[in-house]
Design a protein around this ligand. Sequence first.
Ligand code: FPP
Length: 245
Amino acid sequence: MSKSHTSSPKHIAIIMDGNGRWAKKQNLPRIEGHRRGVKNVELVVELASEIDLEYLTLYAFSSENWKRPAEEVNALMALLKHFLKDKRKLLHKHEIRLRAIGRTSELPRDVLKHLTKVEEETSHYKRTLALALNYGSRLEVVDAVKSYVSQVQIGSEIPDDLTWEGFARHLYTCDMPDPDMVIRTSGETRLSNFLLLQAAYAEIHYSPVNWPDFGREAFETALTDFHSRERRFGLTGEQLKNGTH
Ligand code: FPP
């Protein structure tokens, strides 16, 4: 795979969709689709390392996913726990720091314990794998406002001085750059409450491939699509070409 150059993405965020449909196609239980989905996380982390990607964010469990059947929620939590125990070696191998985004305090206690341990253990690495867990953009805004208001109450923030950058310091993603590209697998074309504010200028790539099959070829297709886009950030194409901004 080709190495990164100047216009390469620094941060890719992925909505890993289609585990259930992948399983159904092979006459397997949905849980097996999730199991294969977790396996694929390892491959995509490797692919991201190959292009020196600095930030990879994966939507692993949304704030709405609790509404799924209890059996599926429990299986997802068990897979997450297993991932946290089992994939520590992978994180150390590629010098990747694990970072959770979301209202993680509501995760089962044993999952949270492993999560905190791996986050602490890898916190010195520069490259980041962010797992969105109990994440939803609307929940994130609510939590950010609560955090901001508490700072106003103690006099650390002044409402009249508020800027977007100042507010963004209260988001779960406070220490991360915005994603350059959001990928959604499985052919669905929605953002489903994922990084809605941070993706303001992100290129969106919809891949028809179900997450368990999203491998090297689909990843390269997404990168090629990204490089074909002109990112204008509100400017005109002319301004960008002439450098008159
Ligand atoms: C969407 O597939 C996927 C999820 C709701 C969860 C994604 C989770 C994983 C890949 C496993 C957990 C991840 C880690 C890092 C431990 P779907 O069930 O909505 O598929 P469908 O739309 O085809 O039914």
